[in-house]
Design a protein around this ligand. Structure first.
Ligand code: GDP
Ligand code: MG
Length: 162
């Protein structure tokens, strides 16, 4: 059975764009409107000759406890089935309350977490990524899922802990 890599993060940070980048094809639905990905979608992927299963997450209807808790719940289901986690944050925005809700959930799990600082489209944006050290998951990996910048190095690291 292939190891499972879950991609979690609040809506609109670029999770589905990253899935498509990893797959090398446009299969995950990317929308400018947040919240289009269904709760969990699984894909078969390969990197450096190794097979693994990618789980994309999304789906964020409000419930009684509000949006942050709902996003974290959905992320938790994906994390529980995963061997390692890509936590995607929008480096141009920085950590928000929803990111913090996911971080709190991840801290309780004993799973390896790769912190992905997405939307670092240019070298000038790399400073944005360094603010994410404060999340406590070690080095933020600056990537541009849209352009492919840095995604190879980040995936090499993810496969090492998977
Ligand atoms: P998700 O909700 O986390 O799955 O986010 P999506 O993958 O649907 O992307 C949300 C929006 O962010 C879309 O408009 C994407 O084109 C955009 N986006 C994703 N990755 C990047 C990136 O690396 N750089 C920039 N500039 N935009 C991105
Ligand atoms: Mg999505």
């Amino acid at each position: 059975l292939d190891p499972v890599l879950a991609i979690v993060g609040r809506p609109n940070v670029g999770k589905s764009t990253l899935v498509n980048r990893i797959l090398g094809r446009r299969e995950a639905v990317v929308e400018d409107t947040p919240g289009v990905t269904r709760d969990r979608v699984m894909y078969s992927a390969t990197w450096n000759g190794r097979g693994f299963t990618l789980v994309d997450t999304g789906g964020w209807e409000h419930d009684a406890r509000g949006i942050h808790a709902r996003v974290a719940d959905q992320a938790e289901i994906a994390v529980d089935m995963a061997d390692a986690v890509l936590l995607v944050v929008d480096a141009t925005v920085g950590a928000t309350a929803t990111d913090e809700a996911i971080v709190q959930m991840l801290r309780k799990k004993k799973k390896p977490v790769i912190l992905v600082a997405n939307k670092v489209d240019d070298i000038q944006n790399e400073a944005d990524a360094s603010t994410l050290w404060g999340l406590g998951f070690g080095q933020p990996w600056p990537v541009s899922a849209l352009h492919g910048r840095g995604t190879g190095d980040m995936l090499d690291q993810a496969l090492e802990v998977l």
